[in-house]
Design a protein around this ligand. Structure first.
Ligand code: PEP
Ligand code: MG
Length: 883
């Protein structure tokens, strides 16, 4: 079996389609080489070898060394240099590249092949000893860190090689890396080697083949490092995929001022605007740009500094974008004015850019509308829909950095990833504030609402990762000083200093780069014209209707502006959370007889009637599903003494009597208790009066010309008899309340218990529609409390016992199978039975696709997820076509 694919010299073994075997980087290098683009020669060791090494304790398949030797010989031939040679030595880079993009998560080694002999040869050949020693010091440090594992202690902000380099810089009065003389660089190399010997007990390896195999091994191992692991879990990348390793002849961006290195996007990855976008550094190597050590220049400057190379870059960028029919993220190096391409991949982008690029590519004739829909990641639309800072309440900013990833975030500041995790676990919303982030910080970035760094740029680690996560991020906030060990920071500038300590609140604006001390009011997102265009294509394709879960007119209005086609769930008990209303609900709950309950219900009736009337007006012409009361009692009983006292006064009882009543009503398992329709079986007047409120409201707005379509929904049905009785009661109350007004209404049920799924055919005899309540159905199918699962579910996810949180992503095998059974049963009795979902899963893309396949009529989700569900519904149809 062949484990290696060669590329360079205008040809390649392999193409972009071979990502599974060559990784994204290797496959696209092959594609670029075969397109005749300037790619330094090299070879890729396949992902098969990674999988083999994992299964064989790091061992390699037989014959790999011979294949590497042969491939290296071809690279030597194409590059006109020899690995380890004392007069014309070849230097190589060794890079990771998984089939799925995992930016910065695995390791890379540059300038490999240097030792005391080859560095001298490079110095002579390039006639630039400073350059040779600059490469050497970079290589020794990188090799020491990545391959030999020389690292700082956990709490130390500075890595050993950085510390040594900073000391050398200070000693030689060099401000920047480029200011270091050859002598200073020689000194750094000697100190680096001494540090390696001290830290590992073994000298730095001079033998170039030892170096190469060390690097190959380290890159394969980095597939399993903790940050790669976290990233894989977040992005559902299977560990069995493995990484490839690409070994490639080095080209140098640090040979002088006619050299540069940079990254570029074929379109702006924040806004999607069609412009060459990116940054570069002259006289530098690629790591300098990504690491944020020096502040790079905008790509437009390159047109002034190296016009010919810029023109070539623009040509290649256009060619690659047209070839891949998608926005590309490019890495390049310019060596003495000549451009070399080191990488191309589909660029990570914000939600806004995702939508704009997809729509623009259709306008440019490169994609069909349906292809554009398939290019949109529905979950990423979240970012387009996120709130921003209210412009009317925008004070002067405290500090400013680069707008690395859009949206606004408010949170308490923490200064380490560890602290971010701890605070987040306590339920706090945090902002991770760092001098710079490294991939080690990914677990902290994951839980943070936003990220702020003093260093970095638009393509530094924090920016790329935050953008990928759709998190607000501000980088390069130069006024910021962070002292992580002391848990403090400050904004310094203009002779002023504003101090911050852990837990202080900041507001970040990732769209402008502005930072504010304290919380600011946010306003909901506005939808751009491109989203409207995309949504037209989406709506033309999808079969599922999308409704919203809304309990208030504000939510209903927001949802309607996002395209909701009605309300799929109005939780009436949620209309009572305001303090002045909850008292009436409590009076009803603790009432000891029907008269007491009717007195409390009489207070509730007018409030409900006006709430419903407003919802009907907002949803004019669309269905509104109102669920009758389903209060898990523990959410509504008073617990604090003040609440008990208030209730006692209102009822003319003593606090002791109320406390006794509360104690009588307290259940061991309230989620499985006296809730849902069980409450109305015991106290029918509750549903009777709620229905009266619905009917009277409907009659009132219908008379005013509103098209009202109420759908009354009975929760938590376990036996058909419950629904039979309650349907009769509700139907009668509704007809009476309507008083002859012409309002067509239906009565249906939630299906949220396994038993209901099993006897769905019988339940359907009394139902006009089914709405699957997958929150309770998941809880009861798994036997997993909705309220407590968070305590141990994370362990299940971390350890891979469950693939995802079943309360977020519908479990297709268990809950899904019950749903299918329920749909089949219901439609066996009533072939046209309307079926929907109103659990949280109704806005989660893979769950929406499940609902499409299961033949649902609609999904219902929170307002902000309505567009996401619409896109997911369309993608479900298109995916079917493909299959
Ligand atoms: C459900 O159980 O899925 C549901 C929508 O109802 P609730 O979340 O109010 O129990
Ligand atoms: Mg429920």
């Amino acid at each position: 079996m062949k484990h290696i694919r060669q590329f360079g010299g205008g040809s390649a073994e392999g193409r972009a389609k071979d990502k599974a075997l060559l990784g994204g980087k290797g496959a696209n290098l092959a594609e670029m080489a075969s397109l005749g683009l300037p790619v330094p020669p090299g070879f890729t060791i396949t992902t098969d070898v990674c999988r083999y090494a994992i299964a064989h304790a790091g061992g390699y398949p037989d014959g790999l060394d011979a294949e590497v030797a042969e491939a290296l010989a071809k690279v030597e031939e194409l590059a006109g240099a020899k690995f380890g040679d004392h007069s014309a030595p070849l230097l190589v880079s060794v890079r990771s590249g998984a089939p799925a993009s995992m930016p910065g998560m695995m390791d890379t080694i540059l300038n490999l092949g240097l030792n005391d002999d080859t560095v001298a040869a490079i110095a002579t050949k390039s006639n630039n000893p400073r350059f040779a020693w600059d490469c050497y010091r970079r290589f020794v440090a990188m090799y020491g860190e990545v391959v030999l594992g020389v690292a700082a202690a956990e709490e130390d902000d500075e890595q050993p090689f950085d510390r040594i380099l900073n000391d050398v810089k200070a000693k030689h009065r060099a401000h920047k890396d480029q200011d270091l003389s050859e002598a200073a660089l020689r000194e750094a190399v000697a100190l680096f080697k001494a540090e390696i010997l001290r830290a590992t007990g073994t000298p730095f390896p001079d033998d170039v083949r030892t170096q190469l195999w060390g690097a190959i091994g380290a890159v394969f191992r980095s597939w399993n490092n903790p940050r790669a692991d976290v990233y894989r879990k977040m992005n559902n990348i299977p560990v069995a995929m493995g990484t490839a390793v690409s070994v490639q002849a080095m080209v140098f961006g640090n040979l002088g001022d006619d050299c540069a290195t940079g990254v570029a996007f074929t379109r702006n990855p924040s806004t999607g605007v069609a412009e060459l976008y990116g940054e570069f550094l002259t006289n530098a190597q690629g790591e300098d740009v990504v690491a944020g050590i020096r502040t790079p220049e905008g790509i437009a400057e390159l047109a002034k500094k190296l016009p010919a190379a810029y023109a070539e870059l623009a040509r290649v960028a256009k060619l690659l974008e047209d070839h891949f029919r998608d926005m590309q993220d490019l890495e390049f190096t310019i060596q003495h004015g000549k451009l070399f391409m080191l990488q191309t991949r589909n660029g990570k982008r914000t939600g806004t850019a995702m939508v704009k690029v997809a729509v623009d590519l259709v306008a440019e004739g490169k994609l069909t509308p349906n292809e554009a829909v398939m290019r949109v990641d529905p979950a990423k639309l979240d970012e387009v829909l996120h709130p921003t800072i209210d412009p009317k309440a925008r004070p002067a900013f405290t500090a400013k950095g680069l707008p690395a990833s859009p949206g606004a975030a408010i949170g308490k500041v923490v200064f380490t990833a560890k602290a971010a995790e701890e605070w987040a676990q306590r339920g706090e919303t945090v902002l991770l504030v760092r001098t710079d982030t490294s991939p080690e910080d990914i677990h902290g970035m994951k839980v943070a609402a936003g990220i702020l760094t003093a260093r970095g740029g638009m393509t530094s680690h924090s920016a790329v990762v935050a953008r990928g996560m759709g998190k607000c991020c501000v980088t390069a906030c130069t006024a910021l000083r962070v002292d992580a060990p002391k848990k403090t920071a400050a904004f310094v500038g203009g002779g002023k200093e504003i101090k911050l300590k852990e837990g202080d609140v900041l507001t970040l604006d990732g769209s402008t780069g502005e930072v504010f001390v304290g919380p600011l009011p946010l306003v909901p997102a506005k939808l751009g014209a491109e989203l409207g265009t995309l949504m037209q294509w989406v709506d033309a394709v999808r079969k599922l209707r999308v409704r919203t879960n809304a309990d208030t007119p504000i939510d209903a209005r927001t949802a309607r502006s996002f395209g909701a086609e009605g309300i799929g769930l109005c939780r009436t008990e949620h209309m009572f959370f305001q303090p002045e209303r909850i008292l009436a609900v409590r009076e009803m709950i603790v009432a000891s007889d029907e008269t007491g309950r009717r007195t409390a219900l009489a207070k509730i009736l007018p409030m409900q009637r006006s709430d419903f009337a407003e919802l009907f007006r907002v949803m004019d012409g669309l269905p509104v599903t109102i669920r009758l009361l389903d209060p898990p009692l523990h959410e509504f009983l008073p617990h604090a003494q003040a609440e008990i006292d208030e209730l006692a006064t209102s009822l003319g009882l003593t606090p002791q009597q109320v406390a006794q009543k509360v104690s009588d009503l307290t259940e061991a398992n309230p989620m499985l208790g006296h809730r849902g329709c069980r409450l109305a079986i015991t106290f029918p007047e509750i549903y009777e009066i709620q229905t009266r409120a619905i009917g009277e409201a409907a009659a009132e707005v219908a008379r005013a010309g509103v098209a009202v379509h109420p759908e009354i929904m009975i929760p938590l049905v376990m036996v058909p008899e419950e629904l039979r009785r309650l349907r009769e009661l509700v139907g009668k109350a509704m007809t009476e309340a309507l008083g002859g007004a012409d309002v067509p209404f239906t009565i249906g049920t939630m299906i949220e218990l396994p038993r209901a799924c099993v006897v769905a055919d019988k339940i359907a005899e009394h139902a006009d529609f089914f709405s699957f309540g997958t929150n309770d159905l998941t809880q009861t199918t798994f036997g997993l409390s909705r309220d407590d699962a968070g305590r141990f579910l994370p362990t299940y996810l971390d350890r891979g016992v469950l693939p995802s949180d079943p309360f977020a992503v519908l479990d297709p095998d268990g809950v899904g199978a019950l749903i299918e059974l329920g749909v089949r049963g219901g439609r066996a009795t009533k072939p046209g039975l309307k079926v929907g979902i109103c659990g949280e899963h109704g806005g989660e893309p893979s769950s929406v696709e499940f609902c499409h396949r299961a033949g649902f009529d609609y999904v219902s989700c929170s307002p902000f997820r309505v567009p996401i569900a619409r896109v997911a519904a369309a993608r479900a149809v298109l995916a079917e076509g493909k299959a």
